[in-house]
Design a protein around this ligand. Structure first.
Ligand SMILES: [Zn+2]
Length: 248
């Protein structure tokens, strides 16, 4: 687990090729995503590293219901009854009313590249015992209305990677948590580090994802905290331009 301080109230943690974030307000914490199931220990470690306990987590906000983002959630919901929030469509995905994710065949196709072999091995190890995981209790968060959670995060609709993908804006700090709608790196990326779309194989509807990103231009943020890759500083609009120009 790697922990990066973003500002006084925000930390970015990295587990198995994926990020989650910790937003503090006083002693309380909002988790933005929660890593793979086997990252649960690392999520607890990240809390301890900022001087908080698991019971300090007042809420978990989920960008999207892929296993590498929701895997650590049951650790909190089962022991502490921690409420989980995401957009209405993504809540259906989290309950597994349907499933949108890379197929086993597409995944094995990544073994064509040497960097893909390592990623596939790590991912299979992390996913296989938990492939059927679903979240039964997920609260629907209306878009563009601040949630009553530490950090007063505002859910923002950013569909495309999944149909209900939800970003979160922390208006006072100017921090945007983009999940997988906009990332700054990935083990399978050929673009190195910097704002970019995830490789197309991961995205349910890439055209819709591009339209979503265009719609974020008016979001006032100068710190990007993505689901994969390091924090990016500077106006969000610049990161959007760079990502849309580079493609994936
Ligand atoms: Zn994803």
């Amino acid at each position: 687990m790697q922990l990066t301080r973003v500002d006084d109230h925000v930390h970015l943690a990295t587990g198995t090729n994926v990020n989650w974030a910790l937003v503090t307000e006083g002693d309380s914490v909002t988790l933005v995503d929660a890593g793979y199931p086997n990252d649960a220990g690392a999520v607890l470690e990240s809390l301890a590293a900022i001087g908080r306990r698991p019971g300090s987590v007042a809420a978990i906000v989920l960008t999207h219901a892929h296993l590498d983002h929701m895997g650590g959630i049951p650790t909190f919901t089962s022991r502490y009854g921690t409420p989980v929030y995401t957009g209405a469509e993504e809540a259906r995905h989290a309950r597994r009313e349907y499933l949108q994710q890379i197929t086993p065949g597409e995944m094995l196709g990544q073994c064509r590249h040497p960097r893909g072999v390592k990623w596939v091995a790590q991912t299979l190890r992390a996913v296989l015992p938990h492939a059927r995981m679903a979240l039964s209790e997920v609260n629907t968060a209306p878009f563009d209305v601040a949630l009553d959670v530490p950090g007063r995060l505002v859910p923002v609709s950013v569909p495309g990677h999944t149909s209900g993908h939800t970003g979160y804006l922390m208006p006072e700090a100017g921090v945007f948590f983009s999940g997988d709608a906009l990332v700054t790196g990935h083990p399978l990326s050929t673009l190195g580090e910097g704002p970019q779309l995830l490789p197309g194989v991961f995205n349910t509807d890439e055209a819709r994802m591009r339209t979503s990103l265009e719609s974020l231009r008016d979001v006032r943020a100068d710190t990007l905290v993505p689901g994969h890759g390091p924090v990016a500083r500077g106006p969000l609009a610049d990161h959007l331009d760079a990502a849309l120009r580079r493609g994936a």
